[in-house]
Design a protein. Structure first.
Length: 263
């Protein structure tokens, strides 16, 4: 019989770890047996135990500051390679950063410096800077997904009324510098919610009751069902997700509260 090591923190109702009991076929636990599907249901029921689902604000500063002048000064390299600034010690032994960041140096224990991201080409593409990939890769299946789309897929929303991936970057002359990224091969359901324009300040219902809004949603669902069965692109599934998010936004103030940084 083939044993499969699972997540050690997940246990069934008798306190038996999946790492100890998960096998292909059936699981003998006392006088009963659990199928593989039963184990997955148990895992889903206890998912998140001991962990907290956090929200992240990613502040991406577009541009091309050289790493040898910020967090990787290379003081032992030839002067043609290293930057013009000197390294200073931080509050973490062994970690030095640029002398222009004295306040940050006192808080470096709260930071995670990632020095392993290698760009595919020498340009200031925001997508490439955050993922290490080119936007032109895997285009035959939709392209590579952005960082936010991946988190949206794997973690999902922290609140049903707040989209899991919100992009607030203002448009720039070069879109690729500020674009929060595409969902890629994950599909349209994981695309960033980008509130902008005059409507962003007024995402509330006017002259339409919640009951009428829900009636319209049900009618739209009936019409969409006619096309969903023949759709093989995933677009209808994406529209389902967008529609559900839009309804949640209109019927709740929690998204507006989340976007209000003064609270």
């Amino acid at each position: 019989m083939l044993s499969i090591a699972g997540s050690s923190h997940v246990a069934d109702c008798d306190g038996v770890s999946r790492r100890d009991v998960l096998r292909i076929g059936a699981l003998g636990l006392g006088s009963g047996a659990l199928s593989l599907a039963d184990v997955f249901r148990l895992e889903a029921a206890t998912e998140g135990a001991g962990r907290q689902h956090k929200s992240v604000i990613n502040i991406f500063l577009g541009g091309g500051p050289p790493h040898q002048d910020m967090f990787d000064l290379k003081p032992d390299a030839p002067k043609e390679i290293r930057g013009e600034f000197e390294p200073i010690a931080t509050n973490v032994p062994g970690i030095e950063i640029c002398e222009v960041f004295p306040q940050l140096a006192r808080q470096i224990d709260k930071c995670a410096i990632i020095r392993s991201v290698v760009g595919a080409t020498d340009r200031h593409d925001g997508f490439q800077c955050m993922t290490g990939w080119l936007t032109t890769e895997l285009m035959s299946i939709g392209g590579r997904p952005s960082l936010g789309a991946v988190v949206s897929k794997l973690q999902g929303p922290t609140d049903p009324a707040v989209p899991p991936f919100v992009g607030l970057a203002e448009k720039t002359k070069e879109i690729r510098w500020s674009d929060s990224g595409k969902p890629g091969f994950l599909g349209a359901a994981y695309q960033a919610f980008k509130p902008d324009g005059q409507g962003m300040a007024d995402m509330k219902l006017h002259e339409l009751s919640l009951d009428r809004l829900r009636d319209r949603r049900e009618l739209l669902g009936c019409v969409d069902k006619l096309r969903r069965d023949v759709d093989n692109t995933g677009m209808m599934r994406g529209m389902d997700a967008f529609g559900a998010r839009a309804l949640d936004v209109l019927t709740s103030s929690r998204l507006l509260d989340a976007l209000d940084l003064s609270k």
